[in-house]
Design a binder for this molecule. Sequence first.
Ligand SMILES: Nc1nc2c(c(=O)[nH]1)N[C@H]1C(S)=C(S)[C@@H](COP(=O)(O)O)O[C@H]1N2
Ligand SMILES: [Mo]
Length: 349
Amino acid sequence: MDLYDPGRIPRSIVPENQEFPMLSLSSWVTPENKYYIRNHFPYPALPLNDWTLHIEGLVQKPISLNYQALFQFPQIILPITMECSGNKRAYFQPKAKGVQWELGAVSHALWTGVRLRTLLQLAGIKLNVREVIFEGMDTGVRTDLPGTFRFARSLPIEKAMHPDTLIALCMNGKPIPYKHGYPARLIVPNWYGMASVKWLCRIVATDQDFKGPFQRIDYVVYRSEADSQRRPVTLMKVNSVISQPTDQAILRRGKHFITGTAWSGHGSVKKVEISHDHGESWSLVTWLDSEKKYSWRRWGWDWNVPVPGAYLIMVKATDDKGNIQPFQAEWNVKGYENNAIHQIQVYVE
Ligand SMILES: Nc1nc2c(c(=O)[nH]1)N[C@H]1C(S)=C(S)[C@@H](COP(=O)(O)O)O[C@H]1N2
Ligand SMILES: [Mo]
């Protein structure tokens, strides 16, 4: 164990919600004991030897596969940045209800598993299928509806058949840790984390629109109860954060290396700019990681500051589709998709 190991930052105990400590960003791949955790329900009971993944609904022949059987298919490995759509919710003004995530409801890991489409083709998915539903083993109650629910989400058929949508079995080269979805979880690159259903038990192909509460009530962006322009949360917006120094830090005069990371679910991050003069001038950062599909890119910037004073440091990312982070995020009732420019105040003495 390292002498200094901050672990994760708790945001709720049951269900367990914890952030990656962004200030400790030091590797491209997030270590397993720091990867953020986001749960809606208490942890499900651990499946012992009888776990099987069922694939049914509009297919020629429903199939059931056990853990060992899934390892017999070709294994794909992909590095992927996963961000909770509630990341940075704590920074909305006015406040938005829900877990008050600051900077760290985002992490980056290597996921290994089977292409979902390989399994759907094996089951003989029918031509009229429009959505594929994924059910987790975790269940619990909600405040807005009577009854017990399972965490379940659907994907449009095009995304389900995408070659990089995986039924993952390993995270960072080892079986997925229990808290991250052992024995198998869905991994949906580029989408916010809610799509990547953990503790998978059943996959159902359907020609209907899935109406589960985690599809229709949660993960929908709207500005007021009366808003008729509602849209589902899907791709991660271009976003970036400063990992060091931290907000309100007191620094010595001289040289500092400002670091952070940037990502986008719309493409790869092309440019990160930093300002220390309230946004009057912007400088390009230096990349610490190369450009890689689905992955965040850490960056650094040498700041030589001979003059004492208070400085506002801001960082702004642009992706290859031309999306740029806004100064202010689009406020919405549920507090999703906050990709506002991250700014910190530091004091040089
Ligand atoms: N079964 C199940 N899958 C789930 C969730 C959940 O509560 N239950 N939370 C989702 C959300 S909102 C996010 S952001 C990611 C978080 O994955 P992690 O806990 O491995 O970081 O898992 C998703 N998959
Ligand atoms: Mo999430």
